[in-house]
Design a protein around this ligand. Structure first.
Ligand SMILES: *[C@@H]1O[C@H](CO)[C@@H](O)[C@H](O)[C@H]1NC(C)=O
Ligand SMILES: *[C@@H]1O[C@H](CO)[C@@H](O)[C@H](O)[C@H]1NC(C)=O
Ligand SMILES: *[C@@H]1O[C@H](CO)[C@@H](O)[C@H](O)[C@H]1NC(C)=O
Ligand SMILES: *[C@@H]1O[C@H](CO)[C@@H](O)[C@H](O)[C@H]1NC(C)=O
Length: 805
């Protein structure tokens, strides 16, 4: 019965794929992992005073403070087999003076991949910290409880999801009078709501059907052979069923072709010892792997110790045991996904967790009848899309602090396209194209990963990028060529918007040490060689956009697509909101949990907020003094209400989202979750604006020649506190990202923003912030029971603010 329903449901979705009104391409993306009930974020001073730790002198070295604090928190647990390391991406924020220290747990010389501490320190005091360290008995290197494991680690989740999917399907079928197949509109609408659920279902349940026996029945003589585990992962991860079938059909052949080599040098004991695997089907680079531990619920190891079944089993997640065998973490770069996954190292090679470093902008909206085409021009900063204003000639208005050499220069040495001689005495190369220290922008019609030789516009002798953009109404068959014909205007626009976003975020604290994207870091710290690769009119899809965020020091990659929601096609590169949303994935991923950890916003509430920050920042950037509601992606999608369920609005009839909304099945995808978070932040920023006013220009004033930044009308006198409500909310949101722990919940992110205000203004907006969050149910009395990794659980809206408010 259940199987039948699911089968017909999937058939319905398959029908939607050939819907003639709009090709639909959903990128397959896996994202899940165990939740760690031991993980906590402490931002209340009473929770931070632990047994023996005392605040240090104001001028104490923050690293000494961190060391003493960690040793205190871990007192009695540290041993020869259980240690920690302070990660090299820890840094001191020059604006707030807060030092963000990132710590990783090490057991038996291997890292525990999901065991992190983030400690925020200022003036010798610990302001807040997050801790997800494993707290049990450390296993011996030899023990291997996985051999005893007979259950799939995600089996309960899978059962739950199947149930929900069936429920969702039948309630929908009822609402349309059990008409299956449904009409095109209905299918599209259904797909919009069910797609995240179906994807989750795939993530959790699909690999039940895979022949584990294959890997199991051929145990390698060498237990350190990682190839079977890797192949098993690829079968589940590849979006290409032919590839999956190919792996299964020629398993041994694939296995033999894959070659493994270890890091070329002898690694010091505390360094991660990487292995590299070549010829992995469906990947573009050798796969990097290393042995590590992850934490999973104990009952997965010893299922018989659990007598409960069904939903109640969630409570048992509170008992964690570290697995005594090895897990491998793969960093798999594929065409459409960039996975960091943990797979059990011994057969059966189960996927324990997986984070996709790629984030899509949006689920595909249902197609609408194309509206009459408008006429467009050039689009300055603040104009969201071609329907919002005219094109005009804008200057390369770079911020001299954020981009000291402008947007069209970079050191010869850091230029991947330069293989000529460096002119004597010159360090920087000046380009005459959309190629610079922050952004490499180009066409990518072929949809591949290469970018160096793709087309870019050439400026004229006056460095003018002045290209025609007048899309013509054509036959559908010619619509793509028509879009191609204005590629020079497209790439120029993408380059311009992306550089301004770089500069803006820089000024609010996304600088080199915080892990920003630059080829050269001007000796200001952080890892360099990671400008954003911005691909315009990417040929790998339609009606979407995505951004891949590897750790600091590796290029971020943005792909913008054409939207075939109208004729002429709409080019996502011209919708600033979409570009800003994508670039904000890079921001939030690098700021949360530290620049070198790209796995903190992978799924559930954290993954959702990763989407929400982008929507909030895009909306804030386009907003004007006169209040207005804003949809997301409305122009590109050719849909008045945009690509989300609701426009962002103060009016709870227009946008009714509250914390409790996340319980709805349609809200099990990161975009829907993100929408709720972005709406909360929208309310927060509007309440701050009511209090502090609005500033049209979000950019802080440029520094004077002696390096000091004048207050202008931007900062309050002699401070770095933005004066106005909208600038202040952007600052608090960014500072909050730096303070929150890896895998933050809504509560953690809210608390981090409130702590950010405490640090920046002395807490003067304490009540404004709490009241604003509580308007949408995220007050002090909000609760959640039974959190699941995909963002499920039973929530209660809390409308209360602290007593003093
Ligand atoms: C690049 O431009 C800068 C500033 O105009 C100039 O000082 C430098 O010499 C130029 N580099 C080259 C190689 O022309
Ligand atoms: C783009 O501009 C270059 C010169 O910068 C020109 O050679 C090329 O033909 C233009 N491409 C299109 C499609 O207009
Ligand atoms: C909220 O929106 C609804 C629906 O558009 C409208 O009827 C109502 O007047 C609005 N409320 C306020 C306070 O503006
Ligand atoms: C920097 O220059 C400004 C304007 O000339 C001046 O008011 C300020 O005191 C200077 N600051 C420092 C630290 O020299």
């Amino acid at each position: 019965m259940r199987c039948l329903l699911i089968a017909s449901l999937l058939a319905g979705l398959a029908a939607a794929h050939v819907n003639p009104n709009g090709p639909v391409k959903l990128r397959k993306s896996l994202g899940f992992g165990p939740i760690n009930p031991n993980a906590a974020y402490y931002s209340n001073p009473y929770q931070i005073t632990t047994n023996g730790f005392l605040p240090h002198n104001e001028d104490a070295d923050p690293m000494d403070v961190a060391q003493a604090f960690i040793e205190d928190v871990l007192r009695g647990q540290l041993s020869q087999s259980m240690t920690f390391k302070i990660r090299p991406d820890s840094y001191t924020d020059s604006q707030t003076g807060i030092t963000h220290v990132y710590v990783r747990q090490m057991v038996n010389g291997l890292e525990v991949a999901d065991a992190n501490m983030n400690i925020n320190i200022k003036d010798g005091r610990v302001l807040s910290y997050g801790n997800s360290f494993f707290r049990g008995t450390t296993p011996s290197m030899m023990g291997n409880p996985w051999v005893a494991a007979s259950r799939h680690p995600h089996r309960e989740y899978c059962e739950d999801l199947t149930e929900e999917l069936v429920k969702h399907h039948s309630s929908f079928a009822q609402s349309v009078g059990d008409q299956v197949p449904m009409g095109n509109d209905r299918v599209a609408e259904y797909q919009r709501h069910a797609a995240p659920l179906v994807h989750l279902h795939e993530s959790y349940c699909q690999y039940h059907e895979l022949p584990y026996e294959m890997a199991e029945s051929k145990p390698s003589a060498d237990s350190a052979d990682l190839r079977p585990a890797l192949l098993q992962f690829m079968i589940a991860a590849t979006p290409n069923t032919e590839v999956a079938d190919g792996i299964l059909g020629k398993y041994d052949e694939h296995l033999e072709k894959m070659t493994v080599s270890s890091s070329p040098h002898f690694a010091p004991t505390d360094a991660i010892n990487h292995m590299f695997v070549d010829n992995v089907p469906d990947t573009v680079n050798p796969v990097k792997a290393h042995l590590a531990y992850v934490q999973v619920p104990a009952k997965m190891v010893k299922p018989l110790s659990s007598t409960l079944s069904g939903r109640l089993v969630f409570t048992l997640f509170l008992i964690l045991k570290l697995l005594a065998n090895h897990y491998r973490q793969f960093e798999v770069e594929m065409q459409d996904n960039w996975y960091e996954a943990s797979v059990s190292a011994v057969a059966p090679h189960r996927i324990i967790s997986v984070v996709d470093w790629a984030s899509d902008s949006a689920p595909i909206p249902p197609p609408e009848t194309p509206k009459a085409p408008a006429t467009y021009n050039v689009f300055p900063w603040g104009i969201n899309d071609p329907q919002d204003g005219e094109r005009s000639i804008m200057k390369e208005n770079f911020d001299s602090l954020a981009s000291p050499i402008g947007w069209h220069s970079l050191p010869y040495e850091n230029d991947p396209s330069w293989n000529g001689l460096k002119p004597k005495g010159e360090f920087y190369r000046n380009t005459t194209t959309t190629w610079g220290n922050n952004v490499f922008a180009q066409e990518n019609w072929e949809g591949q990963n290469s970018y160096l030789t793709n087309l870019r516009p050439e400026a004229d002798k006056d460095m003018a990028f002045d290209f025609k953009y007048k899309p013509k109404d054509t036959d559908k068959g010619d619509a793509k060529d028509e879009a191609y014909s204005y590629i020079n205007a497209t790439v120029s626009q993408l380059f311009y918007t992306s550089n301004l976003v770089h500069d803006l975020y820089y000024r609010y604290g996304f600088d080199e040490v915080a892990g920003n994207f630059q080829q050269h870091n001007f000796d200001r710290g952080g890892r360099e060689g990671d400008a954003v690769i911005a691909n315009a009119q990417d040929g790998s899809g339609f009606n979407n956009a995505n951004f891949m965020t590897p750790p600091d020091g590796q290029n971020g990659r943005m792909r913008m697509y054409l939207w075939n929601t109208a004729i002429p096609y709409r080019d996502g590169d011209f919708e600033a909101g979409i570009v800003i949303h994508e670039l904000s994935h890079g921001l939030s991923t690098r700021l949360t949990g530290g620049p070198l950890n790209s796995g903190c916003l992978g799924w559930g509430e954290s993954g959702g907020m990763g989407e929400g920050w982008g929507d909030f920042l895009a909306t804030t950037i386009r907003s004007t003094k006169k209040y207005s509601d804003y949809p997301m992606g409305a122009w590109a999608a050719n849909r008045e209400t945009g690509i989300r369920n609701y426009p962002y609005s103060l009016n709870d009839t227009i946008n009714p989202s509250t914390y409790k909304t996340l319980d709805k099945p349609g809200y099990w995808g990161v975009h829907a979750i993100g929408e709720v978070w972005a709406e909360m932040l929208w309310i927060v920023s509007q309440r701050l604006i009511a209090e502090h006013g609005f500033r049209e220009d979000l950019f802080p004033p440029l520094p004077l020649e002696n390096g000091t930044v004048p207050e202008g009308d931007f900062y309050r006198p002699s401070t770095v506190i933005p004066k106005h409500g909208n600038t202040l909310s952007v600052q608090l949101v960014l500072n909050g990202m730096k303070l929150q722990p890896c895998q933050p919940s809504f509560f953690d992110a809210r608390d981090a923003i409130i702590l950010a205000d405490e640090q920046l203004t002395g807490g003067e907006n304490f009540c404004t912030l709490w009241k604003a969050f509580s308007e949408r149910g995220l007050g002090t009395d909000a609760t959640i029971i039974g959190r699941t990794p995909w963002g499920g659980g039973v929530r209660t809206d809390g409308f209360a603010a602290p007593a003093k408010c």
